[in-house]
Design a protein around this ligand. Structure first.
Ligand SMILES: Cc1ncc(COP(=O)(O)O)c(C=O)c1O
Length: 346
């Protein structure tokens, strides 16, 4: 049987599953929202047509609302069933055997499988000090066709300033820049308003993090109309579910819920940094998670599990030996996490 031999070289992206289905466990391992889901979404019920029918005219509706939320034209938005699907589509459309792709390290590892399925020519720009507050600011994009990085960065939570990114985009007009803004809402700064000014800038976004809809799968691309037209040619409009669209529409209508959670998360981040033992290394995070350096990450992971908290050991990533990433949520979660870290991470 013939198949794409590049599959043999892939490393499967592993979703942590251990304990995560146990009700009393706190899932602080995948940066999902830990805040309550609004009743209006919990009570959502699909009419028969929403179950038996494809999204049809609901897709333009959510596209319009996403445009308004980002203060860009709906012509600059393309909706997908999750931002991972959007990213995979981008690599599908803009990458072949000859494409030279640069990704940052450490960064979001899931995209590696999308890229490696298309090209072997993948290069890394390594953050020499991922635990410091300094972000990558110098880069050489000569001979690079495509660049991907997340901003804020998963797993460090650090950000690269807009002026730096725009300078890169401006000076390297033959290189396509994909900026993954999955954690935008926790940071508050976006390049969305810039997409029409550049031919080579794509932003991806999601409802999975700040909006708390990870299980429903809703994400989107913000880019110029030319790239939208390319991606739209092979996008399968049937892939976004009616339930996800309905939940997305409610989330955008009831933005006070999001705003309340963001204020609470801001407070949680502050409590975390104010009370974390200063001997524990951690970069300042602009996302809903923190990365911390432990003396021995295995010991800390075991302690967290004993206290029914799931976290993500990131030790295998570049320059992150003994580092754990933990999702933050309401104050009660942060207090529980802090007491374990201050006792066991040093
Ligand atoms: C940087 C980044 N991009 C994308 C995603 C995936 O988002 P979605 O649920 O929209 O596919 C994640 C999820 O952890 C992420 O960390």
């Amino acid at each position: 049987m013939k198949y794409n031999k590049k599959i043999d070289e892939l490393t499967k992206y592993q979703m942590p599953t251990k304990f995560s289905d146990q009700k009393n466990f706190l899932n602080c391992d995948l940066n999902e929202s830990l805040f309550p889901i609004p009743k209006s979404i919990l009570n959502l019920s699909l009419e028969a047509e929403g179950i038996s029918g494809y999204p049809r005219n609901r897709l333009p509706l959510i596209t319009q609302e996403i445009g308004k939320y980002n203060q860009v034209s709906e012509k600059n938005i393309l909706v997908y069933n999750g931002s991972d699907s959007a990213l995979q589509a981008i690599f599908e459309g803009f990458c072949d055997d000859e494409t030279r792709v640069l990704t940052f390290a450490p960064d979001y590892t899931q995209v590696e499988t999308f890229i490696r399925l298309k090209t072997h020519k993948i290069y890394k720009l390594i953050d020499p000090a991922p635990l410091s507050n300094e972000s990558i600011s110098e880069a050489n994009f000569d001979d690079i066709d495509l660049v991907y990085f997340s901003n804020p960065c998963n797993p460090t939570g650090k950000v690269i300033k807009q002026e730096i990114i725009l300078n890169w985009v401006d000076k390297n007009s033959k290189t396509l820049f994909i900026v993954d803004e999955a954690y935008f809402e926790f940071y508050g700064q976006s390049l969305a308003g810039q997409v029409s000014n550049y031919e080579n800038l794509i932003i991806t976004r999601t409802f999975s993090k700040a909006f708390g809809l990870a299980g429903l799968r809703l994400g989107y691309v913000i880019t110029n109309e030319n790239i939208i037209n390319i991606l739209d040619k092979f996008r399968n409009e049937k892939n976004v579910t009616n339930l996800a669209i309905q939940a997305g529409l409610i989330s955008l209508k009831e933005l006070t819920h999001l705003e309340k959670n963001l204020i609470e998360l801001d407070l949680s981040r502050k409590i975390f940094y104010d009370h974390l033992d200063p001997r524990i290394l951690t970069p300042k995070s602009y996302a809903n998670f923190v990365l911390i350096k432990c003396r021995d990450s295995e010991i800390v992971m075991k302690e967290l599990q004993k206290q029914e908290i799931m976290a993500r050991d990131r030790s295998m990533l570049t320059n992150l030996e003994n580092c754990i990433r933990i999702t933050l949520g309401p104050k009660s979660v942060v207090e529980k996490v802090l007491s374990i870290l201050n006792q066991h991470a040093i």
